[in-house]
Structures are given as structure tokens and as C-alpha cells.
Design a protein around this ligand. Structure first.
Ligand code: PLP
Length: 411
């Protein structure tokens, strides 16, 4: 993979005089995806699963081909792929269609302290509705890793819903721990949901190897359109789920007083689905399949992270929030604080210099608070970022810190 050639495939990234380092929030789009959306809307537009005319049939065939492409990408079968708007909707879908249906008082839902709000708030809601309890696997405050997560599984555990990679800290699992947790959960009859939102754009996700019942991710973080997302749910898990939304397309037969449902993913895709979004996501995946090599992406992103960590490590009053050793080996994001300067001020000043980073509680407020902070700065890279961009960021951050100190001294 030639990383500079890849960069040319992302028109906005290539065109703007902007150092874009907020890829954990959302990633930019390859031309191949934009072309596919244009083709769909301009040449082939129709709705799916109903029109007995050519445009409708073409749209159905492209939509189902997209499902097959995405299934292959994560080593699933097409019947296990449910299109959603993103990770948040995927988790809410499982919470509503499985959680409130099957959980009861004193059942336990095991999460980690490192969950994004998207994988915490839906389970708070399920717990409030059913009387189930949340059990949080704590993070070691020195290593930023989960300590002995499997010890939190008991006969009361009915669901384990955990992130594969934290959007604040990066990797939080010690080797083999996630597989062990999944195995233990299944031994006690619990279901397992994995939040792959911060995993899928950085390394291959193989749902067979993971062995979870549910895996969720967002298309827009995987270079696809906004409003695209995937819920992988095994056929056995789907059979235990109620419909999430009710309406057109998901129905098998309806009467005035009752209805029956389709089997398979259609049961969870009521109404006119996210057709262009699904087709666009498949186009991004097709692009990745032909343009990149995951080992090269890993090496490139970790080289960017190493440079970031070494540069940040040399700056006085900068504290990295995360495990630098692990991030240098497996990272795609680095969070940090600068003593005496609010994260929002840093992000605003960097923005005025053409650098986009994220600042705040990163939609993981309980975690950031547990780590003793209110707000962090996060730099996150993708396959199109360059070492020169990291140099620019480090230089401008240093200037920002100097500038801020001068302003404070003058005031
Ligand atoms: N989970 C994690 C780990 C995330 O990083 C994010 C987004 O940042 C989400 C869930 C929510 O994703 P979305 O906003 O695309 O639904």
C-alpha cells in the first residue's frame, strides 16, 4: 500500500489545507464511494423489496449485494447482517429487541468502565425498565487495561456488552482476555455484544473468530456514508429478538388486529431502508479491499502513533491519558491533557491553524471523570494521514502552549 497514493483517493482530504486528526469521530470518503452514490441516485434509483419494475429490481439487487459484500468483509453470512444507521442504533436495537424482552430483575449486564455513551445509556435504560443490574469491569488506573475481566462473569450474567477498542484510550484488552470473556459468558448462557466502532477501520474484524452474538459498527467511521451501520446478529440471536420498528417491509402477513414478521434481517429493517447508505458502505469496502492491505495500515497507523507519543512525551506539562507502550504497538488515537490549559482552548487554537482534533469528554463522560479529568484532547489517525501531518500537529501544539502561557502572563 502506498499511503500517499491512497490519500489521493480521498478528495476532500487531498484538497483541503487541513490536518484532519479526528478520524475516531468520523472518517473521510474515497472517490469510489462518492461515484457509487452518484451512480445510484443518478442512474439506478429506486426503492427495494417492492417495485416490480427495472429500477426497483436493480435497487433491490444492489442493496442485497451490499449486504453480501459487508458480510464477506467481516466473515459473516448475509442473513446475519442487519442494516442500521450506525453503532448507536445497533445497540439501541439490541437493547429494545432483546434486552427488555429477556432480562429481568437481578440479571446482570456486564460492561466495562470504558464504554462510549452509546454502549452505556441503552443498558442503563434496560436496567431501569427490567430491574437488571449493570456490572462494570474496572480499568487499572496505571496500565489503562482491564484487569481480569472474566472474573466479573457469574451465573447471574445474562449479557456482556463491551467495546473492542476504547474511543478514549485505544486498546484496553490484554491479549486473549476478550476471547476468554466471550467463552465464559457463553458457558453461563449469557449473550455477548461487541462494539467494534473503533476497531473496524483499523484491522480486520472476523465475527466467526470473535464468537459474539452481536457485533456493531458505524459505516461513517469506515469511510462509508453517514447513516450507514451494521448490526451483525447470529441467526440464533435474531430468533430471540422482537422487531425493533414495525411497519412496511418487515411484515409477513398483516390483519387489522395483528401481524406476523419476516424471518432474517428484514424483520429489523422496517420501512424504506437506508438504501444509498448501504450501497455506499459496500462501495467503500470494495475500495478498501482493492486499495489497502491491513498489515500495512496497522504499521502505518502505529508509526503515526509512535511519533505522536514521542513528541507529546517531550512536551512539559503534557500528560498522555492511555498506555503509551500499548498505543505505540497498536494505537490509532492518543488522548492527552495539558496542565493549565482547557482541552477546548487547545482544540480551538489548533483549529485556527488548520488542525482538526477532538476535545471534551469524548462521549465517555463517566470514564473521563473516573480517570480524574473533565475534558481531554484526542488526536486520531486514519490510513490517509502522514508523518508530516503529525510533525505539523506537534509543532502547532507546542506553539499553542507557548502562546497560551504568554496570554496568561499578560493578563
Ligand atoms: N462506540 C464507540 C466506541 C464509538 O467511538 C462511537 C462513536 O464515536 C460510537 C459507539 C457511536 O457511534 P455512532 O455515533 O456512529 O453511532
Amino acid at each position: 500500500m502506498n499511503q500517499l497514493t491512497v490519500r489521493k483517493d480521498f478528495p476532500l482530504i487531498n484538497r483541503l489545507p487541513l490536518v484532519y486528526l479526528d478520524n475516531a469521530a468520523t472518517a473521510h470518503k474515497p472517490q469510489a464511494m462518492l461515484d457509487e452514490l452518484q451512480r445510484f441516485y443518478a442512474d439506478n434509483y429506486g426503492t427495494v423489496h417492492r417495485g416490480l419494475y427495472t429500477l426497483g429490481e436493480n435497487a433491490t439487487s444492489s442493496y442485497e449485494q451490499a449486504r453480501a459484500t459487508i458480510a464477506k468483509f467481516i466473515n459473516a453470512s448475509a442473513e446475519e447482517i442487519i442494516f442500521t444507521k450506525g453503532t448507536t442504533e445497533g445497540i439501541n436495537l439490541v437493547a429494545a429487541a432483546w434486552g427488555v424482552v429477556h432480562l429481568k430483575a437481578d440479571d446482570e449486564i456486564v460492561l466495562t468502565q470504558a464504554e462510549h455513551h452509546a454502549n452505556l445509556l441503552p443498558w442503563q435504560w434496560v436496567a431501569q425498565r427490567t430491574g437488571a443490574k449493570l456490572v462494570l469491569i474496572p480499568l487499572d488506573q496505571k496500565t489503562f487495561l482491564l484487569e481480569n475481566p472474566s472474573s466479573f462473569i457469574s451465573s447471574r450474567t445474562k449479557l456482556v456488552a463491551v467495546t473492542m477498542n476504547s474511543n478514549v484510550l485505544g486498546p484496553i484488552w490484554q491479549a486473549g482476555d476478550l476471547a476468554l470473556l466471550t467463552r465464559r459468558a457463553h458457558e453461563v448462557g449469557a449473550r455477548v455484544l461487541l462494539d467494534a466502532a473503533q476497531e473496524v477501520a483499523h484491522q480486520p474484524v472476523d465475527v466467526q473468530a470473535l464468537g459474539a452474538d452481536f457485533v456493531v459498527f458505524s459505516g461513517h467511521k469506515l469511510f462509508g456514508p453517514t447513516g450507514s451501520g451494521i448490526l451483525y446478529a447470529t441467526t440464533a440471536a435474531q430468533k430471540m429478538m422482537e422487531p425493533y420498528h414495525r411497519g412496511g417491509s418487515m411484515v409477513y402477513e398483516a390483519w387489522f388486529d395483528r401481524a406476523t414478521w419476516q424471518e432474517g434481517p428484514q424483520k429489523f429493517e422496517a420501512g424504506t431502508p437506508l438504501i444509498a447508505e448501504a450501497i455506499g458502505l459496500a462501495a467503500s469496502i470494495n475500495y478498501l479491499n482493492q486499495a489497502i492491505n491491513w498489515r500495512a495500515v496497522h504499521e502505518h497507523e502505529t508509526a503515526l502513533c509512535r511519533k505522536l507519543i514521542e513528541g507529546l512525551g517531550r512536551m512539559p506539562r503534557v500528560t498522555i491519558v492511555g498506555n503509551p507502550v500499548i498505543l505505540k504497538a497498536h494505537g490509532h488515537l492518543v488522548s492527552f491533557v495539558v496542565q493549565g490549559i482547557h482541552a477546548h482552548d487547545i482544540a480551538s487554537i489548533l483549529s485556527s491553524k488548520g488542525i482538526a482534533v477532538r476535545a471534551g469528554h469524548l462521549c465517555a463522560q463517566p470514564l473521563v471523570r473516573a480517570l480524574g479529568h473533565e475534558s481531554l484532547v484526542r488526536v486520531s489517525v486514519a490510513l490517509y494521514n502522514t508523518l508530516e501531518e503529525i510533525d505539523t500537529f506537534l509543532h502547532e501544539l507546542e506553539c499553542t502552549i507557548v502562546l497560551f502561557n504568554q496570554l496568561v502572563e499578560q493578563s
